[in-house]
Write a protein that binds this ligand. Sequence first.
Ligand SMILES: [Zn+2]
Ligand SMILES: [Zn+2]
Length: 119
Amino acid sequence: MTDPAPHDVSLAYAETSLGDVAAGGFTTTPDPGGNSTTLSGTCPRCAGATVTVYRYGMPGLGTKGLRSWLGGARSRSAESEGPLRSEVHFCECGHAHPGLPAEAVFIGCGASWRIGAAP
Ligand SMILES: [Zn+2]
Ligand SMILES: [Zn+2]
């Protein structure tokens, strides 16, 4: 690997699907209470630091997929990695890239990606 690229803040916003990205650049930190997992890493498109908190299914919300996943999990580490491997992640570098739509949910460059299997 070369030196990490600086955050390209002048990059125009574009909804770009990047497909699978190597897991190596990302860290997941489960919340000690077991209610959320924090994913941090570098956006593969704009190279900005992106941090996303994933909350696990809350009772009563009817998030069927998450609930069945919680109910069936045996290992806590597998539990905390499961949804992160299956979710599509969006750049949340926090920088309003040029052209960011007013209704954008994530403040970033618009890139989305999935995290591939660990090497
Ligand atoms: Zn980005
Ligand atoms: Zn960015």
